[in-house]
Ligand binder design. Structure first.
Ligand code: CA
Ligand code: CA
Ligand code: CA
Length: 566
């Protein structure tokens, strides 16, 4: 059913021409519709064109990854993957949830530009059972990535990175206490002046509860204790409505990150539960935004959150996965109030039903992620899909979506033509450049089916991959404690266009990434980048060359090029 991923570069060139012509039309249409395209998307001087789908090769069989996420009801949600560099070679490694099987750490040994290749690293510290997901984060700010491991039926585990892809349990060292429950969501932020990040844990159904008003474990917020080196007693984030994704994000660009929580309405009463946004002010108890603040109640089977400044207004829009209708929310009246409206249908990412396969029932969507897979400078969107188990009200053949971004701000489905069509029950996923060739590859964790991994070869072949556009990979660093500058925004300028990314930890479904931030540049042979650092300082514009990696360090007047060791 899936067409082969290879096609001649010539056919792509031919396909791109009409888009240049269509661009002028798109600008007119957008101006009439209003608000669809704003200055950040289309500059007046440089006519940027959206590209077609890149080709992906399924390299699961040769990748060295042999892994299964499975288990009973406790594991029907979850199935996350953490993507981060555990040995300092710049290549993204993997930590994959296993559910009732042991989670697995894989060291990335892919040659640059070559086939994807991983080696399993066995270690009692990481081979944990009951794992639903994991997020990379440098908790102690020592420059070595740590891992927050989410579990069902056992305590969550903080793993301190030791370098060389080795880890040690650090719950006791960091005063972290977690009673066994079912954890499915995580996010973190560094509150102003804090030595350690504030951690939020999202929890799911309490199987022991018969109280219809309280079917879910309480979510928890962990702040540093006054000592600054350990955590204080967890603060319950009540009411809790079975969170499946959480994201700290500076939605109003106030300089402070608040906590968005996406909840599964299957486990709350219609009169009670909803999506949530917690106001998290340093040294004050967290409080919910309410209707009085402009918050609009939304009730969905919330599974995953992806965040990106899609409208070019400088504020993040959020994509919320669910069953049937997925949502794309954008600020309706600026940053003064958290009033969001849904633009998912208009942008073409509502994706309520499978796009192919013949099953007409509604979809079930999980991980979502914005990233530029064809390097045209227009962000794309991957949405992992799959039935909870065998729920007859929802599609059983429910393929994941790969949407590519268009110049007018809409999206187009290309999963089939790109070669990533799959009817496995997908859960967690990540788009990351595993072989450091500038093209984002794809790993997907499935429920009850093997993990799959695809290599992005652009318009080329397995032997000769060829990127469709230029690109850069950026790392942003500052002195600890928040060494990875979580909360910073990266701005990348090509001609009159600016792409923006907020550096966050959280969201997706049960897994996240820490490492290179990838930007597609389209036809631009270079870019200017700057960081808007946590705390408000705006860094200078720094030039970066196309088709390579660079590190932006706070206070430095140049971006430091980085080249893979091999
Ligand atoms: Ca660390
Ligand atoms: Ca794109
Ligand atoms: Ca790649």
């Amino acid at each position: 059913m899936s067409r082969g991923p290879t096609r001649s570069p010539l056919s792509l060139v031919l396909r791109r021409r009409p888009r240049l012509i269509a661009l002028g039309v798109a600008v007119l249409v957008a101006a009439l519709v209003g608000g669809v395209v704003q200055s950040g998307l289309l500059g007046g001087g440089s006519a940027a064109a959206a590209f077609g789908p890149p080709g992906f090769l399924d390299e699961t069989a040769s990748s060295g990854i042999s892994d299964l996420y499975d288990g009973g009801f406790d594991y029907a949600a979850g199935g996350g993957v953490a993507v981060f560099d555990c040995n300092g070679d710049g290549k993204p490694d993997l930590y994959i949830a296993g559910g009732r099987y042991a989670a697995a750490l894989y060291r990335n040994e892919s040659p640059v530009g070559g086939a994807l290749r991983f080696t399993r690293v066995t270690d009692p510290a990481t081979d944990l059972v009951g794992v639903t997901g994991a997020y990379p984060i440098d908790i102690d700010g020592d420059g070595i990535v740590d891992l927050v491991v989410l579990r069902a039926g056992a305590d969550d585990v903080l793993l301190r990175g030791l370098g060389g892809c080795r880890f040690e349990r650090a719950n006791e060292r960091w005063g972290f206490t977690a009673t066994p429950s079912i954890t499915m969501a995580f996010s973190a932020t560094w509150e102003a002046g804090a030595n350690l990040p504030t951690l939020a844990f999202g929890r799911y159904v309490d199987p022991a509860s018969n109280d219809p008003h309280h079917l879910c474990f309480d979510n928890a917020l962990l702040r540093p204790a006054s000592t600054g080196t350990t955590y204080a007693t967890p603060i319950p984030l009540t009411p809790s409505w079975c969170a499946l994704s959480m994201l700290f994000s500076d939605w109003s660009r106030s300089g402070r990150m608040d906590l968005r929580v996406s909840n599964d309405r299957h486990y709350y009463l219609p009169t009670e539960g909803q999506e949530q946004l917690w106001r998290v002010v340093p040294n004050a108890p967290p409080t919910l935004y309410t209707a009085d603040d402009g918050w609009v109640a939304v009730q969905i089977e919330g599974m995953g959150i992806a965040s990106y400044d899609l409208t070019g207004d400088g504020y993040p829009s959020v994509y919320l996965t669910s069953q049937a209708d997925n949502r794309l929310q954008t600020l309706a009246a600026g940053p003064s109030r958290p009033t969001y409206r849904d633009i998912g249908l208009r942008r073409g990412v509502n994706s309520a039903r499978p796009f192919t396969g013949g099953d007409l029932r509604p979809s079930t969507a999980w991980h979502a992620e914005f990233a530029d897979v064809n390097n045209d400078g227009f962000v794309d969107l991957f949405v992992a899909k799959g039935n909870v188990t065998d729920s007859p009200d929802y599609a059983l053949k429910d393929p994941s979506d790969l949407f590519i971004g268009q110049t007018d701000g809409t999206f187009r489905e290309v999963a089939d033509t790109a070669g990533v069509l799959s009817f496995d029950r997908a859960r967690g996923a990540a788009l990351a450049d595993f072989n450091l060739d500038g093209m984002l590859d794809l790993v997907v964790v499935n429920y009850g089916a093997p993990v799959r991994i695809w290599r992005n070869i652009g318009t080329g072949t397995a032997a000769r991959p060829r990127s469709m556009g230029h690109w850069v990979g950026l790392r942003v660093e500052q002195p600890g404690p928040n060494a990875d500058a979580i909360g910073a925004w990266i701005e990348l300028r090509t001609g009159d266009r600016i792409q923006r990314r907020e550096l966050t930890i959280g969201g997706g479904h049960a897994g996240g990434q820490l490492g290179w931030t990838h930007f597609g540049l389209g036809d631009a042979g270079g870019a200017d980048v700057r960081a808007l650092w946590p705390g408000g300082e705006t860094g200078p514009w720094l030039h970066v060359a196309a088709d390579g990696f660079a590190t932006v360090r706070r206070g430095d007047a140049i971006a430091h090029p980085w080249t893979p060791g091999g």
